[in-house]
Design a protein around this ligand. Structure first.
Ligand code: HEM
Length: 400
């Protein structure tokens, strides 16, 4: 495939435009210039209002007139009527109001109660199994970074060990429905994966009724407690837990390996004190996050940062720029393990804030730990990588 010139990998260059920044080699000087500029800027070629400072991002994310989907297109037209569209239409991430609030509460309570010590142990074991015998680098390392987190969350949700590779494969296909640039073949594979995942979750939910201690029994209990009585939506949001994990946590692991490769002294410090891996991952999620921006769609006339917005306006919130805003984090361009009061806009804010932050960081740290201990990352400073072309995610692709 010919590289898209908008996604420049050249150090020192400036991203061609805001949607090329997440996959740029170093978008942070460009983000700093946006943060120093007006609170909201209209990007006419892309028809987007861009908010980059911590205050303007927060203002838009807290504005109830700014919705997660365009009101006229709750489900992307390319997937309406397919199983992938069915899942998408139920996701808390893609809904407001009653279709959001009770499900969100249930998912939040479910996630907060997960035994993170068990997740850590299971993730370390999966990370070793998936790493195999040889030295892990290049394409195999990238594949590993995608597989381990989604397998770890599938394990939490009650999939058997033998099924985990299949779940990772389904998820790789499913996430195509979340991208506006997927081809019709990718969308067909996504719909098939959605059907398969819904069918399997439906069996697991049924089995959970006789196993009250299982994760899916707990999720059903939290749903009932929160007044969420929609069995189809529960299945779709179980799929959603895997899809929310998939690319974002692969990016967090990849960007952590990039930090180990490029932050002076970090590799040695982690080798000496592996217990610092979690603070390291927390700082990566602020310093070089995997999700660089998210969007909002103005549903009714409103104001944000002193600008009048009208229905139909589209807002791009640059979470990665906000994390480097000096009014959000002091000394923002320094990588500090013991940063006090770290503010991490890369997990969102307001009603749709990510409920999986603690789980994601724990999985990323636990995945890296055995690689570090076995010396697999010793050569990280000689790794090469590029960023996957994407308009919102920052996921390094390691090159052989
Ligand atoms: C590094 C990994 C992750 C990152 C960077 C991330 C980031 C985000 C962001 C930015 C949002 C809000 C989007 C918006 O407001 O437009 C979000 C929402 C969400 N995330 Fe995560 N996430 C990660 C991992 C996870 C994991 C592991 C789970 C659960 C297993 C999860 C579950 C969710 C859910 C359910 C939502 C929707 C919440 C709502 O709409 O109220 N995420 N995530």
């Amino acid at each position: 495939m010919k590289p898209d010139p908008a996604f420049s990998q050249t150090p020192g260059s400036t991203p061609e435009h805001i949607l090329a920044a997440s996959a740029h080699r170093d978008p942070y000087p460009y983000y700093a210039s946006l943060v120093a500029g007006p609170a909201l800027v209209f990007d006419a070629p892309r028809k987007l209002w861009v908010a980059s400072s911590a205050a303007s991002v927060k203002a838009v994310l807290g504005n109830p007139a700014c919705h997660v989907r365009p009101p006229a297109e709750p489900v992307p037209s390319a997937i309406v009527g397919s199983a992938a569209g069915e899942v998408f239409g139920h996701l808390v991430r893609m809904n407001e109001g009653v279709r959001h609030d009770a499900p969100k509460l249930a998912l939040q309570r479910f996630l907060v109660d997960i035994d993170l010590a068990r997740v850590r142990a299971r993730t370390e074991a999966l990370a070793l199994t998936q790493a195999g015998q040889g030295r892990l680098h290049g394409a195999a390392l990238s594949r590993w970074a995608f597989e381990v987190p989604v397998m770890a969350v599938a394990d939490v949700l009650g999939f058997a060990e033998a099924e985990l590779p299949q779940v990772a494969h389904w998820m790789g296909d499913f996430v195509a429905c979340l991208s506006p640039v997927s081809t019709s073949d990718q969308l067909a594979a996504s719909a098939e994966a959605a059907s398969a995942l819904l069918a399997r979750f439906s069996e697991l939910v049924r089995d959970a009724q006789t196993r009250p201690a299982s994760a899916l029994a707990r999720l059903q209990h939290e749903a009932a407690q929160a007044g969420w009585h929609d069995a189809a939506a529960l299945l779709a949001n179980a799929v959603g837990l895997l899809s929310q994990t998939y690319e974002a946590t692969a990016g967090l692991i990849g960007n952590s390996i990039v930090a180990l490769a490029s932050q002076p002294g970090l590799m040695e410090a982690m080798g000496r004190e592996p217990s610092q891996l979690l603070p390291m991952v927390n700082e990566v999620s602020r310093f070089d996050p995997s999700i660089h921006n998210t969007r909002r769609f103005v549903a009714e006339a409103t104001q944000a940062a002193g600008v009048s917005l009208k229905p139909g306006d589209v807002m791009l919130l640059v979470l990665a720029a906000a994390g480097r805003d000096p009014l959000c984090n002091t000394r923002p361009n320094e990588f500090l393990l013991d940063r006090p009061d770290r503010d991490v806009p890369g997990f969102g804010q307001g009603a749709h804030q990510c409920p999986g932050q603690a789980l994601a960081c724990q999985i990323a740290a636990a995945a890296i730990n055995p690689l570090l201990a076995s010396g697999q990352l010793q050569a990280a400073s000689s790794f090469s990588w590029q960023y996957r072309p994407s308009m919102n995610a920052r996921i390094p692709v390691f090159v052989d």
